[in-house]
Design a protein around this ligand. Structure first.
Ligand code: FAD
Ligand code: SIN
Length: 521
């Protein structure tokens, strides 16, 4: 039976959706600056699940100006983005990075040191060693530090296990809060003059992903329904080396930093293949490595390729990559003698909700930071380990902007027509993920995109009808968002007329080929 309509209306000074690096960093800064204000952080999982927790490689940042420079980091980011980055945004985020890293280090985040200096790893597309890390669990370290700081701030109210279903809009078209469902499915409203989306990624719309189950693109779908502009959705980054093993439960990444330490990809015939595809070989930008892996899988007919780590020193493997070493040992993979079976998986959304350099979206009073936002940093393909950096810098910039004139709370009653039912629609969720994997993955074709778009329209009709009848469960609301995000990915893919960065349609030419063809015509 559907639950009765909402009666409960609460209000807060600042509303943050998401408890990953972006949401928590923003909330901490505000709470420290305004002890008298209430900051409410809403997060849908009871266990504070997030993409942040799983970050392995680390954070790309210039720390050693003898061996590296801002200009090099900027250049590497622009090259990876394949001409579609916003250079002003790249410069701001790269140059403000060191200050933000110092801040989280001061808060207690530990990064590895070697010979008295911060240890620097290497990842694809970087021309210098610049990835600071804590072993291969940088995200866990950062998440734990942020959580303990949040716990120490009594003016942060953390609502775990609460899913935001929809943004509330006022008559002037501005965001004024959210509608949420609590653990019991009870629907309520939280009003706020400032709402910040920090809802992370979309990996779950693909059957094979490195992202945990929370990554269903809710913030993106809600912002789009509220009228925010969303772009770059065709640029899904596929990580080349997700672990592929029959006994594996849930996603598991083999960090690019392992290739940075010397590991090499080989196909099922035992051939090392990356030199055929790019001068930077195994450390080429990620889109190139993923397509190369995919091509080798197709060519050999195998389900995966293999990552050979035998030339990494045993001690370094254990100390730099303890989580990966443990997981491989659990699965019976001996890193000295066996190569790790890997294949590409949906990993990161380079586009998202369009924002300016302060996190403001095109909807008044609505901000977006972290992976759900499209600042223009990543262009057509994100440079490895630039996203934690972006989340820290943008959380700070958004905090500065939204704290300039703390908006007043308005106690205005709102009505909601939403209700929560029990309709699960699990088979539709599985179907969507499989269809997106098959038709909107690494290599797309126009026909495949058009066919999946038709099915997405049908799925949307089913879900909207359950919604209208008040039969949709919380999981059904997630599915609704996944359909909306998938539709945006497919529509924006179909709009692109040349291949660029992480977008590859086998029916199209690359931007260079297209301009040559136009010249000779
Ligand atoms: P998240 O950390 O994903 O947090 C999103 C939050 O929003 C969660 O708390 C979620 O519960 C909440 N939420 C979502 N929808 C709702 C809703 N409807 N209602 C309430 N709450 C909601 N990047 C790097 O820079 N370096 C790395 O080494 C690196 N390694 C990675 C490894 C893996 C396996 C993965 C998956 C990603 C990695 N990334 C890495 C990417 C990086 O981790 C993410 O881009 C970044 O952590 C995103 O942070 P975020 O705060 O934007 O979102
Ligand atoms: C990795 O460790 O390979 C992931 C890094 C990233 O996604 O930025």
């Amino acid at each position: 039976m559907p639950e009765t309509h909402s009666q409960k209306i609460a209000s807060t000074d600042f509303l943050v959706i998401g408890s990953g690096v972006a949401g928590f960093t923003y909330a901490i800064k505000l709470a420290e600056r305004f002890p008298e204000k209430q900051i409410t952080v809403i997060t849908k999982s009871k266990t504070l699940e997030s993409n942040t927790r799983y970050a392995q490689g680390g954070i790309a940042v210039v720390t050693d100006t003898n061996s590296d420079s801002f200009e090099r980091h900027i250049e590497d980011t622009l090259i990876a983005g394949d001409g579609l980055c916003n250079p002003n945004v790249v410069r701001a985020i790269v140059t403000e990075g060191p200050e933000r890293i110092k801040e989280v280090a001061d808060w207690g985040t530990h990064f590895d040191f070697q010979d008295g200096h911060v240890a620097l790893g290497r990842e694809g597309g970087h021309t210098a060693n610049r990835i600071i890390h804590r072993g291969d669990k940088t995200g866990k370290e950062l998440s734990n530090v942020l959580l303990s700081r949040v716990k120490g701030l009594s003016n942060i109210q953390l609502l775990k296990g609460h899913m935001v279903l929809e943004l509330m809009m006022n008559h002037a078209g501005a965001c004024c809060g959210v509608i949420i469902a609590g653990a019991t499915g009870r629907v309520s409203i939280i009003q706020s003059p400032t709402t910040v989306l920090a809802t992370g990624g979309i990996g779950q719309v693909y059957a094979y992903t490195t992202n945990p189950s929370i990554a269903t693109g809710d913030g993106l779908a809600m912002a789009h329904r509220a009228g925010a502009t969303v772009s770059g959705m065709e640029f899904i980054q596929f990580h080349p080396t997700a672990l592929y093993h029959p006994d594996l439960k849930g996603p598991f990444l083999i960090s690019e930093a392992v290739r940075g330490a010397g590991a090499r990809l080989k196909n099922s015939l035992g051939e090392y293949f990356m030199e055929k595809y790019h001068a930077q070989k195994d450390l080429a930008p990620r889109d190139i490595v993923s397509r190369a892996v995919f091509a080798e899988m197709e060519r050999t007919g195998a389900d995966c390729v293999f990552l050979d780590c035998s030339n990494i020193d045993k001690h370094e493997m254990k100390t730099h990559f303890p989580t990966i070493s443990k997981k491989c040992a659990e699965l019976g993979i001996n890193l000295q003698t066996d190569a790790i079976p890997v294949k590409p998986a949906a990993h990161y959304l380079c586009g998202g909700i369009d924002t300016d350099l302060n996190g403001a979206t095109s909807v008044p009073n609505l901000y977006a930071i972290g992976e759900c936002a499209n600042t223009g940093l990543h262009g057509a393909n994100r440079l490895a380990s630039n996203s934690l950096l972006e989340a820290l810098v943008m959380a700070h910039r958004c905090y500065l902007t939204t704290s300039l004139v703390p908006a007043k709370r308005e106690a205005q009653p709102y009505e909601t027509v939403l209700s929560i039912g029990t309709e699960l629609l699990q088979p539709l969720r599985d179907e969507l993920r499989n269809k997106m994997e098959a038709n909107a993955g690494i290599l797309r074709t126009t026909a495949k995109l058009e066919s999946v778009l038709l099915r997405l329209k049908e799925l949307s009709t089913v879900v909207e009808s359950s919604l209208q009848k008040g039969e949709l469960s919380v999981e059904g609301y997630e599915l609704r968002n996944m359909i909306a995000v998938s539709t945006l990915i497919v529509q924006q893919s179909l709009h692109r007329k040349a291949n660029v960065g992480g977008y590859f349609n086998t029916d199209l030419l690359t931007a260079n080929q297209l301009s040559q063809a136009n010249h000779s015509a």
